[in-house]
Design a protein around this ligand. Structure first.
Ligand SMILES: [Zn+2]
Length: 416
């Protein structure tokens, strides 16, 4: 199973835009860059929408058939753990093992000592090609890292073996994610996490660390771009070194769980990938539903009415909608327009406030973040919302395709 050098998380809340998303990848292929599509939907998303993992496989297969997408594609069980993976096993061939919760949990003292002893040859000053500064490693610093991360790595091993057993095969892509935690992992920590994964027998093809800075949902990066850039470069150097040193898949690459739309990072990421001749997996699925809202708003009276209605209900349920996302949003409620004002907006005004165009003075990142979380309301509207998506499919699709191609694929994979 080949993920390829570049891959991107796609898929959408309501399983309507598979073809429109593939159209963007087909356009990229015509420009000479192959990006492998990976449909992803988390357990939480399924619960909120009321969908099941098998529906994602059905959407992916149908979209590939319909568009004639010639390359590989995958269905990712996103952010799964032992408690919820079983429902994904039959339909997925890509598993994101989320072990962030186990970070900091105590591993057996014996396993920490065994690991530290096995890593003995990596103590001292490590000059790793491409790393900004040499790494100073002591036996104690390895123990500190093991105490923090070994339990998480062992948990990844348990989930991996569980999937392989149930599937009766090891023929799937394994991602290990540690991004949903407060503290970023340093490049030195990443090195020993990878070493531990290799020893645990987890054939990780992608690894998603927590990067420095805030990755708020649906809006741009909030942090120190220079620091991110240095960290990202260092991580690429570490991965290359780790692949050569340990028994890890040769195509292991970073996975960036972007929370969508980290536009100011695309340039630095692209330059780093070029410098290190490396690949990347980008997860950025969640904003296709906002393009559906933009398409609906521009499609006509009934479309913009639905968009305004969703915003009104989202304002009413602000606390409830935002609570589960508190650490990944940054909404200033004073900047949210009142529902009465939005009720007077026409379609283009609504679309301009929502569309992620930083150059547009009407763009409102607060409204955008709130609507990003409000797919629960559209799910509750049920048939009414889905009928509108069907009715206005032709008006919506170009927004989905252009958003993915112009704002993501081009700056990240094509622009020089
Ligand atoms: Zn994530």
């Amino acid at each position: 199973m080949e993920l390829g050098r570049y891959s991107i998380g796609i898929g959408d809340r309501f399983a309507h835009q598979g073809c429109a998303q593939l159209a963007a990848l087909i356009r990229a292929a015509e420009q000479g860059v192959t990006v492998t599509p990976v449909w992803n939907k988390s357990h939480r998303e399924h619960r909120i929408i009321g969908s099941s993992p098998v529906s994602v496989r059905a959407e992916a297969d149908a979209a590939v058939r319909e568009t004639g997408w010639p390359g590989p594609y995958f269905v990712d069980a996103d952010h799964i753990h032992l408690g919820n993976v079983d429902a994904f096993i039959a339909s997925s061939d890509f598993f994101t093992l989320d072990v962030a919760e186990a970070i900091g949990q105590a591993a057996e003292p014996d396993s920490i000592e065994t690991f530290a002893a096995a890593m003995n040859s990596f103590t001292g000053t490590l000059y790793i090609e491409g790393l900004a500064e040499p790494l100073a490693v002591t036996e104690d610093s390895i123990r500190v890292i093991a105490r923090r991360f070994l339990a998480a790595v062992q948990q990844a091993g348990r989930i991996y073996r569980h999937i392989a057993e149930r599937k009766g095969s090891e023929d799937f892509i394994t991602e290990v994610s540690m991004d949903e935690t407060e503290t970023p992992q340093s490049p030195g920590e990443l090195l020993f996490i990878l070493a531990a994964l290799a020893r645990e027998g987890v054939p990780a093809r992608t690894i998603a660390p927590k990067f420095t800075g805030r990755f708020n949902k649906g809006v741009d990066y909030d942090g120190d771009v220079k620091r991110f850039s240095r960290e990202f470069n260092d991580d690429l150097a570490i991965i290359r070194f780790a692949v050569a040193q340990f028994n890890l898949p040769a195509d292991l690459k970073l996975s960036v769980h972007s929370g969508s739309d980290k536009f100011s990072l695309y340039g630095p990421i692209r330059r780093a990938l070029t410098r290190h001749q490396a690949g990347v997996h980008l997860k950025t699925a969640g904003t296709t539903w906002l393009e559906e809202l933009i398409g609906l708003a521009l499609a006509g009276r009934d479309g913009v009415q639905i968009a305004r209605e969703i915003y009104r209900r989202a304002l009413d349920r602000y606390e409830e909608l935002c609570a589960p996302y508190a650490t990944v949003i940054d909404i200033d409620t004073d900047r949210l327009p009142p529902a009465e004002a939005v009720d007077r907006w026409d379609g283009p005004t609504f679309a301009a406030a929502l569309r992620h165009d930083r150059a547009c003075p009407s763009f409102n990142p607060h409204l955008r973040q709130l609507l990003h979380l409000s797919y629960r309301i559209a799910a509750e509207m049920g048939p009414q919302f889905l009928a509108a998506l069907d009715k206005h499919a032709d008006a919506i699709a170009p927004h989905v395709t252009e958003n993915l191609y112009d704002r993501h694929i081009r700056p990240l994979f094509l622009d020089v």
